[in-house]
Design a protein around this ligand. Structure first.
Ligand code: SAH
Length: 469
């Protein structure tokens, strides 16, 4: 039995810029080999038992060599696995898909190429630069700033009819490219923009001319990944820039997590332009409920769910034991808005309580906070993300942590501390006064007022949406 390899374009950074097909492939993959520039948040789409293999710089600073990657792809596929090779941007644009697909072809392995949004087009759009324009530019050229191994070392392509030029990997040799373009006949006043970490919360753009840009890149410490865009279309940016107007652009935020479900708060802050990351990535180990457990639940008068995930697990066990939703107790309670909504999706109107009650059957994850009658699952750190998150925590200057609930404070302090993040440097924001007090008890001192205000407005808007829907 032979497996299958999907080369999937992850898009330039913003997780919303991957294709729907790409997401489907991630969801069904047995193993994902991913690059440094593919957004790690996309790996959360994978099944809990999907293997994740990092192909960027390893801890010893060595890069997984191309022949090793080709071999790994072939080996996994020959084991009959569904393999995803996740690449930043589009796999075919300076993405080495040619070499990797050839190796598969030679080994007789089937593959497909799922395109992605390439960084040049994305960087231009997010910087407010249309790559073509009726008045300024009728063509668009993409180039690599690294010389091809078989070239003479000179860039001597004709610049005629190349009104807009994008250079990938163009930062290191930027002065040489600018000189050459001037020699090739472009006026030295030709406009140029350099966009660093385009489409992410870290996006920064500097502008100049072929003559002045290098100085600006140096004084602003612009580094890779960065896209160089050259041509008169750059002048449109003055009017059209939009992404860099986002209120929280550049803000580095960690969103503390206590459950495996998607973090709405992370989404909200990403949409507001912040570089937000929900940490740590958690997963659940389910506990099977026995038929007797199920009978106990159906026979009880009052049932309380302490977590939304428990509803599905109870429903599964119920159906397996030959019961259905109509056999649940008439009165069902829960402890959070999230669980209330999850119940609603099952057609159940729950009662939101402040705490559990003694005369009820309580179902939820194993926890120190609540005494549960039946535990449906255990929440554990998703070990597959550990190394990746250590790198992420170390590489960024995180400013603030958001605590949505008490247990997120515990998870965060334990795991961020273990990863070596200096917790005392972080400001914090919170949902609810109890959480605030608990965070202070754990040593967090300074509130990030700007983020706290955002949280308050997120809560208000959210409750409006909830009551309207
Ligand atoms: N296959 C990728 C390109 C890989 S080459 C694509 O289609 O986009 C890597 C180069 O892409 C980087 O050196 C940088 O020039 C560019 N790049 C990738 N992501 C970027 C981003 N978010 N912002 C700016 N440049 C980016």
């Amino acid at each position: 039995m032979s497996g299958f390899v999907s080369f999937v374009g992850a898009g330039p950074g913003d997780i919303g810029l991957i294709t729907e097909k790409g997401i489907r492939r991630l969801k069904s993959a047995d193993v994902v080999l991913y690059d440094r520039l593919a957004n790690p948040r996309l790996l959360r789409f994978t099944k809990p038992d999907c293997r994740l293999v990092y192909c960027g710089k390893l801890p010893d600073r060595h890069v997984m060599r191309q022949d090793m990657i080709n071999r790994a792809l072939t080996d996994f596929a020959l084991q009959g696995l569904q393999v995803v090779r996740l690449k930043g941007g589009d796999p075919s644009v300076f993405g080495r898909v040619g070499e990797e697909a050839k190796a598969l072809k030679e080994a007789g392995i089937e593959y497909e190429i799922v395109p992605g949004v390439t960084a040049s087009v994305a960087a231009a759009s997010y910087a407010g630069i249309p790559v073509t324009h009726r008045d300024y530019s009728t063509s668009f050229t993409v180039r690599t700033g690294h010389y091809c191994s078989n070239s003479t070392g000179k860039i001597n392509e004709s610049v005629k009819n190349a009104d807009t030029i994008a250079y990938y990997m163009g930062i290191k040799n930027l002065p040489a490219h600018c000189d050459q373009l001037i020699k090739d006949g472009l006026p030295s006043t030709t406009k140029i923009a350099v966009v660093e970490w385009a489409t992410t919360g870290k996006q920064r753009t500097v502008e100049g001319s072929l003559e002045t840009i290098n100085e600006k890149v140096i004084s602003n410490k612009i580094q890779n990944p960065a896209m160089v865009i050259i041509g008169d279309v750059v002048s449109m940016r003055k009017e059209l820039a939009w992404y860099e107007k986002k209120p929280l652009l550049g803000k580095r935020l960690l969103i503390a997590k206590a459950s495996p479900s998607e973090s709405e708060i992370e989404r909200y802050f990403l949409d507001s332009g912040a570089e937000a990351y929900a940490f740590p990535t958690l997963t659940m180990k389910k506990t099977k409920l026995s038929n007797e457990d199920v009978e106990h639940i159906t026979g009880s008068g009052r049932l309380i769910f302490t977590a939304p995930e428990s509803i599905d697990i109870v429903m599964e066990s119920l159906l397996e034991a030959g019961f259905d939703v109509r056999d649940l107790p008439r009165w069902i309670g829960c402890l959070s808005e999230k669980t209330l909504q999850a119940l609603r999706l099952k057609g159940i109107i729950g009662h939101k309580l402040q705490k559990t009650e003694a005369n009820s059957v309580v179902v939820g994850p194993e926890s120190q906070q609540f005494n549960v009658t039946f535990s449906t699952h255990r929440i554990v750190r998703d070990q597959r993300f550990k190394e990746l998150e250590e790198r992420l925590l170390a590489e960024e200057k995180w400013e603030t942590v958001v605590f949505p609930n008490r247990s997120s404070v515990d998870w965060f302090t334990q795991e961020a501390d273990a990863a070596g993040l200096p917790l005392s440097l972080l400001k914090f924001a919170y949902i609810g006064n109890q959480v605030k007090a608990y965070a202070e008890e754990k040593g967090f001192q300074e509130i990030d007022e700007e983020i706290q205000r955002e949280i308050e407005s997120w809560k208000t808007n959210r409750s409006k949406v909830v009551s309207a829907g």
